[in-house]
Design a protein around this ligand. Sequence first.
Ligand code: NAD
Length: 417
Amino acid sequence: MSHTDSTLSMARRQLAIAAEYIDLDEGLLKALTVPKLQVIVNFPVVMDNGEVQVFQGFRVQHNASRGPTKGGLRYHPDVDLDETTALAMWMTWKCAVVNIPYGGAKGGVRVNTKRLSRRELEKMTRRFVTEITGIIGERSDIPAPDIGTDAQVMAWIMDTMSMHAGYTVPGVVTGKPIELGGSEGRVEATGRGVIVTTEEAAKKLNIDLSGAKVAIQGFGNVGSVAGYLVSDLGAKVVAVSNASGGIYNANGLPIRELCAKYSGLHGNIHDFKDCDEITNEELLELECDVLIPSAISQQIHGENADKIKAKLVVEGANGPTTPDADEILSDRGILVVPDILANAGGVVTSYFEWVQDLQNFFWEESEVNQRLSKIMRKAYAAVDQTMRKHKTDMRTAAMVIGVKRVADATVKRGIYP
Ligand code: NAD
């Protein structure tokens, strides 16, 4: 399998590997290999200059055996049905690994948000949500932020759904601004979970994070928060990047300053001067202790896995490592904390947000972070134990737990009718 193979074939191969460990019934495996629902919508938006532009959007629900489906909305030029389906599958396993009562979904629009004005972004979002109104809902399918979307986009979604319902429906989407029923701690949650799992893995590998060198690909929500939280533990973040390349300083970058001045959907880290420019490929191959890919999928593949120098790879992004690369890294003794565990902090706190919205009762930030940390450490310990039991890599161990929980739920519910 090469890194040009589709993300979906990669997700399916991971499922097939896990299925062998749990002796999954063939029919059930077939059912879990395909999504329960895929929707493509083409919709027009009147742009600021008066011209009509047509956008293509997707929503995929993979499996709802354990509860309503949950998954982010991605605005990116490469969004397509196959990738959205793979991301929805990963959400199913992820929710099961951390044992929260959701199935997996994902959605997105093929768009370069940098080419849209704020007004165009809002109109596109509201029209897309209107097109998928019957599919998403607070009891059925709950979107959240992903690449290219943020709390403001979630606010527009919540408002659009509420306008259609005739009353406020905060639970229809998570990752909202606090003023609209968002949860304390949600913005930081994915990066926080990434660093909780980094801490657990570092303990096992005897890596002292204080003074450790960390390289982070992607400096959006996940990468920037992971960056400042790991630097708060004393680590030196030597490199970060965005879609146009990376910046590097062997003595460590001033992460909080970078976050304050250059991160966010429209910030540009390349305006920072006290560093060298590097490519995204060079960043991945840097001399460092911990590598945190936090951008897009298939970044570590069969052709560069033997050049990775980190001892520990913690997947902030979804699907950054291909199955070929998994094998190479595992043979080289490099531990990969897989996406469905490492970046599950976002969906865990999204779950907390949803629970708070349904109850109209809101928690302090310290309570949110404490509960998040507890769930992440418990999930890490379970995956670590399964990894040792089956003498396998950590991704397979996490998949074994996730797939088994989903399969058990499906069997106990029974196949309707
Ligand atoms: P974001 O839009 O805030 O940031 C994405 C970052 O990746 C930006 O710095 C962008 O410039 C960079 N990027 C985009 N294309 C790139 C490319 N071709 N090469 C290198 N860098 C590129 O998105 P985010 O929310 O931080 O999500 C990042 C990753 O984390 C995604 O894979 C997403 O699915 C995953 N994730 C996000 C969350 C969440 O809560 N936001 C939760 C779980 C997983």
